[in-house]
Design a binder for this molecule. Sequence first.
Ligand SMILES: [Zn+2]
Length: 337
Amino acid sequence: MASADRIRGPRIQGPRASSASIEPVRQAPICPLCGYCETSHAFSDNGCSLTTCSICGLFFVHPYPDRISQHARVSAGASAQIEILDCERRYMGERLYYERHLSKIIEECQGAKSLLDVGCGTGYLLEALSSLPGFYTAGIELNAQAAQCARRASGRPIYEVPFEKFRSDRKFDVITLINVLSHVPSFDGMFHSVRSLLRPGGKVILRTSEMGRNVSRWNQVHWGIPDDIHFLGLETLDFLCAKYGFAVTRHDRAPFEDELFLRSRWEQLGRSKLHNLVKAAGIHIPLALPILKKLYAAILGQRLFVSFIVLTPLDSRGSQANRGEHKSNTSVLKERH
Ligand SMILES: [Zn+2]
């Protein structure tokens, strides 16, 4: 693996308070992926600042949470964006979601015999895949209530352990992280786990958002920050693959507006009664969704994307076999283009 120090820039801190001052020390934003501090403020939402890195393109919340506090937040489901008061409603939401996306996942699972679903929620994906003959599946879910639902729904083992700490003698052909990447508080830890759990020749399936530098705070009503702690920029995937030694074998990047105004998405109810009323209006007023989509595309289109991404470790393709390290960022990027 490329040494983190080789691609990490100087850690520059903000002005320190004098010994006589009681002002707290405030660090300048440091990118949690590349370690550089060449950053700029993107926008704020929910009282949180979102910062973008000029080196790798990552958008991240500042201040960036440590692993323990982020896992505690996800486990407790304590914040408005991920609170799990009603597992049944969340399960129905997952069902509607996977009605749109399951076919791509099954397509990528052809020939696979095992799958680990990281952040499996209430277990709809595991349940849906359980009908595949001879296919072993397991899940990881930090929220105890959702994990219990997932066990009931899928009948599969569900581990309540942070992915970065999860270890198993079993290797998996496929690891799925569906709408999970933005919650995991350590890229190093996440990709270390992927490498330790993935069978040679296996693949990682990600579904996550990507966004251009011109993204607007109004591309989404709620950004989910600080539960979502980072988002990929349009060039961040290349940086990730180069740093951790993966190749992209599939990258379906769709404008967010293509998904935002799908009827099935508006049928996914949330916790807010107001938002649910708006959704009901959007569904029942004729032509409301197509008109809203046109307006959105004209004002905010092509800035935020939802992406279906498949990665394979470079060394499983023979190019880096048995070397124990990955190519440098630059050489891998040259190879891919
Ligand atoms: Zn960066």
